[in-house]
Design a protein around this ligand. Structure first.
Ligand SMILES: *[C@@H]1O[C@H](CO)[C@@H](O)[C@H](O)[C@H]1NC(C)=O
Ligand SMILES: *[C@@H]1O[C@H](CO)[C@@H](O)[C@H](O)[C@H]1NC(C)=O
Length: 215
């Protein structure tokens, strides 16, 4: 009897440990495709283009309380490199990222982690939210970058730039586009109609005086 209890207890501990270690792993990771910094798309239009990668970032979504796997990517050939992780949420929200060793970083609006120590030949990064996050889906941009092997102080020279840093070339053009034209026409009509009323009233008075049938 006592032996069975011990076995059950050990089994329970084993199951708890298993679920904890599984929480930090990602199944079905997507291979992360690196872009060389000189090839980053700096065009504002890349923000809204399907599959666009503004400044080398990828778009993703973390889903709140849905049975959808956390976004998860694999970064290959990471032996002896320094890794940079940048995240920007849109609209600003809290988000976290962790690797296979459960080394995590969280941030509100943006996350900047450099260096993120590489501990294996392939690094896995899972984007997730914890209890401190707001209750809702989180849309975010993220970018992974890494140094050459054994390169020293690489992070020191890296800029933290985010998709929102891409400015439209001509902001005035964007303003005109966001102003719906029907509203402007409405405004014109309401401004015109008092004048029209005045004219018709004056015309009526004139006619009344001349022909006396206006009422
Ligand atoms: C940015 O992208 C738009 C649409 O793809 C294109 O028309 C425009 O020429 C690009 N601007 C620059 C500076 O490359
Ligand atoms: C990043 O975006 C590119 C272009 O849309 C896509 O081919 C690639 O699969 C994306 N990478 C990840 C890890 O989602």
């Amino acid at each position: 009897m006592e032996f069975q209890l011990k076995t059950l207890l050990l089994l329970a501990i084993f199951l708890v440990l298993l679920s904890v270690s599984e929480a930090a792993q990602c199944s079905n990771p997507i291979d992360y495709v690196l872009i060389a910094p000189e090839n980053y798309d700096r065009n504002f239009s890349s923000l809204t283009k399907e599959g666009g990668r503004p400044l080398g970032f990828n778009a993703s979504t973390w889903y709140y309380e849905q049975d959808i796997q956390n976004p998860c990517v694999k970064l290959s050939n990471t032996q002896n490199v320094e890794i940079q992780i940048l995240i920007e949420t849109n609209p600003p929200a809290r988000i976290c990222v962790r690797d296979q060793a459960d080394t995590s970083t969280c941030g509100q609006g943006t996350v900047t982690k450099c260096p993120h120590a590489s501990i294996a030949n392939n690094m896995y990064f899972e984007f997730y939210c914890n209890a401190q996050c707001e209750e809702g889906d989180v849309n975010f941009w993220y970018r992974l970058a890494m140094s050459a092997p054994n390169e020293e102080n690489w992070c020191f020279n890296q800029r933290s730039e985010f998709p929102s840093d891409l400015a439209p070339i001509n902001p005035i053009v964007v303003d005109v586009k966001t102003t719906p034209k029907p509203n402007r026409a409405d405004g014109l009509l309401t401004r015109t109609s008092p004048i029209l009323h005045l004219i018709s009233a004056l015309a009526c008075i004139f006619v009344l005086e001349k022909m006396s049938f206006c009422n």
